[in-house]
Design a protein around this ligand. Structure first.
Ligand code: NAD
Length: 463
């Protein structure tokens, strides 16, 4: 069989023996009118990609990094203008992080076992076409980071962006597809549909030629994906608490918490969503947080105004204020303030809606507890078993260790802002898909690949 014939056969198998469809994208852009057309184009592209060298895969990733970096400001500005959430400066940091620090092909580490019977090799190989859902909160960062990881693993990807970030997402898919095509000669390794919607996302999730779903979003979409019965990597909601015990460097803890909780107006799933402070240091912590740029609301009438504005009638976050900045929220609530605060802080009980709900607003409830053990119990309750993210400020190794063991979050940042757990001003690689219910944690290329075992009998053990 010639290579061409093998490629043709692989295509047919991946298309479930159906006729190979070759519908064109709109203007050759990776953007298609229907989900089926987009998936078929991606299947064809991936069948070609299977025969491309690792060197070309590396070239693709390098090209994405080089060609996306000069576009970061435009990307961040347009995202802010379209979604109305967060702020441009922090989006620039997030996009740079996705471009520079998402691992590529080097993440696919081969392992081998050798002995009397020969050699067994473990390697990562692609799934085929990945169906990826992106959130409105990190639309471009997720697209960039997922594209790097998924293509590094040898897949093609069909994105289902959030309709609220449609224009920037379509623009970015076109750009990414163009960059990938230039580097590899293969069109349609990164595709999407012209009109993203929940219906289109569901069609994509249920498409027979999409074997792996990577979902970055809230509980509704995660549940929807689980119902397909497919392999799902689900990066769901979080509600990260920040514990501060009596041994912490209070000034640094305050700065770190304010930095983390105000970053992009708190729309990151990993951002501090509450503070649980031991009583003996709580006043000092609040004082330092005010110095670091937070505005404390004490007056019960003002607290009520904030509740009325930011919660709906059934006490869910009011979407209108998700990702808005602190000053706009204070003004809209009619609360007097001084300076230009970047975070609103308010003392609450642990069962207050601000603490329990994933608000995604620069409003940080502070809950007092008598001691570290009760702080840890409260943090566990607030994290709600999501296994997402927690931060802690302490100089006690014993306390940090105890919290780490009990919280079992995918990300646990000690003595730093939450974003350090994404590799921003913290060590390590980045991802914008932190798989919580399905357990992969901070995903990289190897999670988007199958681990295969290849045994060679009676050979290649040379010890
Ligand atoms: P969202 O759940 O409203 O939307 C996420 C995506 O899912 C969008 O593309 C949307 O169109 C799609 N979607 C929503 N409901 C769907 C359904 N029933 N069927 C098919 N598709 C559906 O979330 P959002 O507001 O865009 O993003 C914020 C949420 O995402 C927060 O809960 C946040 O914690 C979470 N998030 C998690 C991570 C992570 O890595 N764990 C990263 C970013 C955001």
């Amino acid at each position: 069989m010639t290579t061409k014939e093998i490629e043709e056969l692989v295509r047919q198998i991946m298309l479930g023996q159906t006729d190979i469809k070759k519908e064109g994208s709109i203007g050759g852009s990776g953007v298609f009118n229907t989900v089926d057309e987009a998936v078929c184009a991606a299947v064809n592209a991936q069948a070609e990609y299977l025969y491309v060298s690792l060197e070309i895969r590396r070239k693709i990733i390098t090209s994405i990094r080089e060609k996306m970096l000069p576009l970061v400001e435009e990307l961040s500005t347009r995202t802010y203008e379209e979604t109305g959430m967060g702020n441009i400066e922090d989006k620039i940091h997030k996009n740079r992080l996705a471009i520079n620090q998402t691992p590529g092909v080097e993440d696919l580490i081969t392992n081998a076992e050798t002995g009397d019977y020969g050699m067994t090799l473990y390697e990562y190989s692609p799934y085929g076409v990945v169906g990826a859902i992106a959130p409105s909160t990190n639309p471009t960062e997720t697209l960039i980071s997922n594209t790097i990881g998924m293509l590094a693993a040898g897949n093609a990807v069909i994105f289902s962006p959030h309709p609220g970030a449609k224009n920037i997402s379509l623009w970015l898919v076109k750009k990414l597809n163009e960059i990938v095509c230039e580097a590899s000669g293969i069109d349609n390794l990164v595709v999407t549909v012209a009109t993203p919607s929940i219906i289109a996302a569901q069609e994509m999730m249920n498409h027979p030629n999409v074997p792996l779903l990577v979902i970055t979003g809230g509980p509704a979409v995660v549940n929807e994906a689980m119902r397909t019965g497919k392999k799902v990597i689900a990066a769901g909601a979080g509600n990260p608490p920040a514990i501060v015990d009596e041994t912490a460097n209070i000034k640094k803890a305050a700065i770190d918490i304010v930095d983390g909780a105000s970053f992009d107006n708190n729309i990151l799933c990993i951002a501090e969503k509450s503070v649980v402070a031991v009583d003996s240091i709580a006043d000092s912590l609040i004082g330092q947080m005010e110095k670091a740029g937070a505005y404390l609301i004490k007056n019960p009438e003002d607290i009520r105004k904030l509740e009325v504005l930011c919660l709906t009638e059934n006490n869910k976050p009011n979407k209108k204020f998700v990702g808005k900045n602190a000053v706009d929220i204070l003004q809209a609530a009619g609360i007097q303030y001084t300076g230009t605060p970047r975070l609103i802080i308010v003392e609450t009980q642990k069962n207050h809606y601000f603490a329990v709900e994933e608000m995604l607003m620069p409003i940080l409830p502070i809950v007092r507890t008598p001691n570290f053990d009760s702080a840890l119990r409260t943090a566990l309750e607030l994290e709600q078993g999501l296994h997402h993210t927690a931060t802690m400020h302490s100089q006690s190794i014993a306390n940090l260790n105890k919290a780490g063991r009990q919280l079992q979050t995918s990300i646990f940042v000690k003595n730093g802002p939450s974003f350090a757990g994404l590799g921003f001003k913290g060590e390590g690689s980045t991802t914008f898909t932190i798989a919580t219910p399905t357990g992969e944690g901070t995903t990289t290329a190897r999670h988007f690949a199958r681990r295969r075992r290849c045994a060679l009998i009676d050979g290649f053990s040379i010890r």
